[in-house]
Design a protein around this ligand. Structure first.
Ligand SMILES: *Cc1c(COP(=O)(O)O)cnc(C)c1O
Length: 500
């Protein structure tokens, strides 16, 4: 019996559809005391929803408990370290959540007249100024809602500028260490992607680059520091090679957590870049949004930025739509405003020294982990790293244990896994980014766990291969989930099948 109850409470929550029983509902209304009307006749048939087939019928308390139980299955930054590399899964101070929820900001309506939106527009203007100071660029749009969206916007800007010069060109160069969104963006913007191999230090190969750049190249898309966490120290030289042929440098700024207050892309040859507000600037993420991917540009790309642009007239902010060269809108209204508020609150609370210290702490934490784990895990690239470190499973693979298996075992130790098998230039990668928000105590716990797993693999690799043991489900079929996702409940499916 106790097993059955435990299963019910915490082990095997059914789908809400399976909890359904006909006639139950979450509310009760008093009997109608006015004449009933036919909604289709009153509102028009096209405005009346059809019945939703198989919609769960369930009481309020059952609904609340269902979702509350599910929420306890999640790992969260509020529980512990979340070392996913390149994702900058850091703790976001609660005060920024408080600021974003202030009535005047949270309830501002995007269709409010400009004269009543001066405060909101000032927030946008202040954040724009901060972004320019941090990046060393000349102008910025806060519209894009994510990093990939920012990339797409940025490459459309490059295309628009090149078109205005008479030829949009054909190719975009992408290093082999790039995030998958870079080649995807280039292809969506109508360019052919050409891969450049990294050299043995994990850096862009300047000579290879020089061979590839010609008058058909529109831009290089580069992440800096790159996805190995290594600063592309030849970036100025690379930028010159591109600029000499009339091409541009796009910087993927997802790793800005390593640069803020230390180095400015605008000072090392970047023409256009995005920043992930939901990585570096205090918006919680991992649940799918909302996010922010501001795009900052040098002056030559400014005329093409999305409309509307914030402008000043008669001592008032207003929105300027009269921008004939603009690529148009990329997002409704002015971006995800609440995300912008969090970013500005975070930046102002830190101040210049605080932001720089946060960056230095992020670098210190990553290098501390590197130093402590290097005796136990293979380090394929020994170049100095910044905010993240990439190991490989080479030693453990000799005993049959791969990076994905180590990650699953880490769950039993109470941590979210690191990034598995990325970047792809490292075979069997373990990519770890602790961020600045972790205490020495938490980082030491993580290090001890990783060392303990390395030792388990030496003595009992089979046991590690069976992990995780302390979770609700054991290993799941990840390939099946990606290739054949079941995203819609079909009432005719047998319940056990659908729950797989
Ligand atoms: C996260 C990330 C992206 C994509 O950003 P989203 O906000 O998830 O769209 C692009 N490049 C790199 C290197 C990233 O880490």
């Amino acid at each position: 019996m106790i097993r059955k109850v435990r299963q019910h409470i915490s082990q095997n929550e059914a789908l809400i559809f399976e909890e359904s029983s006909p006639g139950k509902s979450g509310y009760q209304l008093p009997p109608l005391d006015v004449p009933a009307i036919d909604p289709a006749a009153a509102l028009g048939k096209q405005n009346v929803r059809d019945e939703i087939e198989g919609f769960p019928e369930i009481s309020e308390v059952e609904t609340i408990r269902h979702f509350t139980r599910l929420s306890t299955w999640n790992y969260a930054i509020d529980l512990g370290l979340y070392p996913l590399g390149s994702c900058t899964m850091k703790y976001n101070p609660r005060v920024n959540e408080f600021v974003a929820r202030l009535d005047g900001l949270a309830w501002a309506h995007p269709y409010q007249p400009e004269s009543l939106s001066q405060g909101a527009l000032q927030v946008i203007s202040d954040l724009e100024a901060a972004m320019l100071e941090i990046t060393g660029m000349d102008a910025v749009t806060l519209q894009p809602a994510a990093g990939a969206h920012g990339e797409f916007t940025g490459i459309l800007l490059v295309r628009a500028l090149l078109e205005s010069r008479g030829n949009p060109r054909k190719r975009i160069l992408v290093p082999d260490s790039a995030h998958g969104t870079n080649p995807a963006t280039a292809a969506m913007a109508g360019y052919t992607v050409q891969n450049i191999k990294s050299n043995e230090q994990g850096l862009m190969d300047v000579e290879a680059l020089a061979r590839f750049v010609d008058e058909d190249v529109a831009a290089l898309m580069v992440t800096n520091p790159n996805t190995l966490g290594v600063f592309e120290e030849n970036i100025v030289q690379c930028a010159k090679i591109l600029h000499d042929k009339g091409a541009m440098v796009y910087m993927d700024g997802a790793n800005m957590n390593a640069l803020v207050g230390l180095a400015r892309p605008g000072d090392f040859g970047v023409d256009v870049m995005h920043i992930n507000l939901h990585k570096t600037f205090s918006t919680p993420h991992g649940g799918g949004g909302p996010g922010g991917g501001p795009v900052a540009v040098k002056s030559w790309l400014e005329p093409f930025l999305p409309i509307p642009r914030l402008a000043r007239k008669n001592d008032q902010w207003h929105l300027d739509y009269d921008r004939p060269q603009s690529i148009g809108r990329v997002r409704a209204f002015y971006g995800n405003f609440g995300v912008l508020v969090r970013a500005l609150a975070y930046i102002l609370a830190h101040g210049c020294d605080g932001l720089r210290n946060a960056t230095l702490d992020a670098l210190l934490n990553a290098n501390y982990i590197r130093h402590k784990l290097a005796p136990y895990f293979d380090l394929p690239y020994t170049s100095p790293n910044m905010h993240e470190v990439v190991f490989s499973d080479e030693r453990q693979a000799k005993r049959g244990v791969k990076t994905g298996d180590i990650a699953k075992r880490l769950i039993d130790y109470g941590f979210h896994p690191y990034t598995v098998s990325f970047p792809t230039i490292v075979h069997g990668a373990l990519m770890i980014e602790p961020t600045e928000t972790e205490s020495l105590r938490e980082i030491d716990l993580f290090i001890d766990s990783m060392i303990s797993i390395a030792k388990e693999i030496e003595t009992d690799p089979k046991m590690v291969l069976g992990a995780p043991y302390d979770t609700r489900t054991n290993k799941v079929d990840e390939v099946g989930a990606a290739r054949r996702p079941v995203v819609r409940w079909k009432p005719e499916r047998p319940a056990s099948k659908a729950a797989d």
